[in-house]
Ligand binder design. Sequence first.
Ligand code: FE
Length: 285
Amino acid sequence: MENVRTITKLWKSKPTVEGAGVHLKRAFGYHEAPQLDPFLLLDDFRSANPAEYLPGFPWHPHRGIETITYMLDGEVEHGDSMGNRGTILSGDVQWMTAGSGIIHQEMPKGDANGLMGGFQLWANLPASHKMMEPRYRDVKSRQIPEVFLKSGATVRIICGQVNGVRGPVEDIVTDPEYLDVFIPPNARFTHPAKKGHTVFAYVVSGAASFDGDGSRLCDTGTLVLYGDGDSVAVATEAEPVRFLFVSGKPIGEPVAWRGPIVMNTQEELQIAFEEYEQGTFIKHQ
Ligand code: FE
């Protein structure tokens, strides 16, 4: 029998300052992460004020995680210590698997109107993959399939499958799904969710009932964390909604986390920071 997931927890993203002084909203992070395994953090960095984002995220290391950047407006100039350079444009995704380590910088720029925005999700890696070779998946907006459902909903599939259409990001160890869903007013969206996988939604704009029964409307900036089950159902009333839908297989390992590095033990963390100071951090060139 189908078991529709119900909401376990709801909360709002909160303002914080990161990098060299970027004002953003954090949907979840260090304190909430144990409930969202394998996900660690979700930042919403939409802003119309260049002073809030131009300081950017200058050179910093990552190890043991994946960072997934999805741009809506403006762009991010990206560069790493191996000489990779690129620009993540509006509608693009950069799925970066830091693995054994990268040192990079991420510098946001606004569009012609000064608008800049997008989301960065951090996903953990299991012990077996923390020291894997770093890997980039640079996905251009046009490579992301858009599916129009009979219900009226439109889904951009970054990773995962909707109506037999698969997103371009494949072979990720935590078997994630990452969808950008739009539902017009007075419509309903249902989607299967693998049993045992962690599932959350983050409201980008508008409002909807994420229990699918119209019981309570969740609006912009709300993080919806689901309990277990086989599917989710989201229903709109007079307003449309746009939300990110993310699922992934929990890792279930100890987490040792300091800043941009997430390992299993304190000793591994200490080694990582010592290597960074000594210039021996990069393992794969
Ligand atoms: Fe980074």
